[in-house]
Write a protein that binds this ligand. Structure first.
Ligand code: PLP
Length: 398
């Protein structure tokens, strides 16, 4: 009998976290690495949020809470959905978890059985297929096209549907491409979900990071019928620079939320009490800091997209949201450095790290090998230097 379960044996660690760890290890040896790896804002958590956490410690709010989150935070989430999305939920339709990733994990465990098919458009966030597979369901990948803004078309979606289709995963704005669906596009998807009776998992964690006045819409807000088939996965990490606080939330039909809560009660129990109090302040307190961060992201996005597109043989889609670019480097595949050929996104990412001292995440991890993902949630100085280094490294290939 082998020591490890088949489930554990087949599982790789998250590649984004692995690359960050590698970059950090190099930095610890005194090597200056420019990291485009991390999927986290470089800003500090806003002061008012930190103060709310400190106050909760001082007041002794340091014990177990209700498994699914404190009512005060559920009410703040309900307030957020009403204020920002005109969506009405009851407390029984909200679950607070230890990050958006945990929300998705609970949901996959609550919703999927062996043999269920879950449609995931690629490029996708790295963790969706493994979390679906951990629930013994089958990820069904649809490759979207760059010329369609990396969005799944109704025709592509219909082709992937079978009687076993249980859900579609939508991530708008998207990690890694920065694409985002318009209301019209969402309406078409909603129609298909309703007529084929599958669920939509709508990961809206980048809702607040959208550019050029793009109007974010939640698919759940398009009518009662689609709302009844949608589970929103969300969190405070990206909007409020709170990645380390580990608070995510889900909203959806009571039966599903209640099953997710049972799974949470037998695994992690409640998310951190202190972080819950901080998240109340994040969601209902002043929102000025969010605007400031967005304005910095906008400047960085404009700069990095222009710089990448100026490099010969590189093309880069201009993101509508989130804080990643996903440039196509495939023109360089087949070229060599010191006799060593670079054939794919993993080898190119290794080359960038080892030769240029720049950390990026290979596109293959997101289901799209021609690309690399660069997070621009880092300083303008690092972005300038990192792109200079990438440009120089590409020139060395022949
Ligand atoms: N969803 C997407 C698309 C993400 O990019 C991330 C983080 O990288 C998450 C969910 C999870 O975020 P967290 O678990 O930190 O709340």
């Amino acid at each position: 009998m082998s020591i490890l379960s088949n489930r554990a044996k087949g599982l790789k660690p998250s590649p984004t976290l692995a690359i960050n760890a590698k970059a950090k290890a190099m930095q610890a040896q005194g090597i200056r690495v420019v990291s485009f790896g991390a999927g986290e804002p470089d800003f500090d958590t806003p002061e008012n949020i930190k103060r709310a956490a400190i106050k909760s410690i001082e007041e002794g709010f340091t014990k177990y809470t209700a498994v699914g989150g404190i009512d005060e935070l559920k009410d703040a989430v309900i307030h957020k959905f009403q204020r920002d999305n005109q969506l009405t939920y009851k407390r029984s339709q909200i679950l607070i978890s230890c990050g958006g990733k945990h929300s998705f994990y609970n949901l996959a465990q609550a919703l999927f059985d062996r043999g269920d098919e879950v449609i995931i458009p690629a490029p996708y966030w790295v963790s969706y297929p493994p979390m679906v597979a951990l629930a013994e369901a089958k990820p069904v990948i649809i490759e979207t096209k760059e010329e369609n803004g990396f969005k799944v078309t109704p025709e592509e979606l219909k082709k992937a549907i079978t009687p076993r289709t249980k859900a579609l995963v939508l991530n708008s704005p998207s990690n890694p491409t920065g694409s985002a669906y318009t209301k019209k596009e969402l309406e078409k998807i909603a129609e298909i979900a309703i007529s084929h009776k599958f669920f939509v998992i709508s990961d809206e964690i980048y809702e607040k990071i959208v550019y050029d006045g793009f109007e974010f819409r939640s698919i759940a807000s398009l009518g009662e019928e689609i709302k009844g088939r949608t589970i929103i996965v969300h969190g405070v990490a990206k909007t409020y620079a709170m990645t380390g606080w580990r608070i995510g939330y889900a909203a959806g039909p009571e039966e599903i939320i209640s099953a997710m809560s049972n799974i949470q009660s037998q695994s992690t129990s409640n998310p951190t009490s202190i972080s819950q109090k901080a998240s109340v302040e994040a969601l209902i307190g002043p929102q000025e800091e969010v605007k400031k961060m967005l304005s910095a992201f906008t400047e960085r996005r404009n700069y990095i997209v222009d710089r990448l597109n100026e490099i010969s043989g590189v093309s880069c889609f201009k993101p509508i949201g989130a804080f990643y670019v996903f440039p196509n480097f495939s023109e360089y595949y087949g070229k060599s450095y010191q006799g060593k050929k670079i054939s794919n996104s993993t080898e190119l990412a290794d080359y960038f790290l080892n030769v240029a001292r720049v950390a990026v995440v290979p596109g293959v991890e997101f289901g799209a090998d021609p690309f690399e993902r660069l997070s621009y949630a880092t300083s303008m100085k690092d972005i300038r230097e990192g792109i200079d280094r990438i440009e120089d490294a590409l020139k060395k290939l022949s």
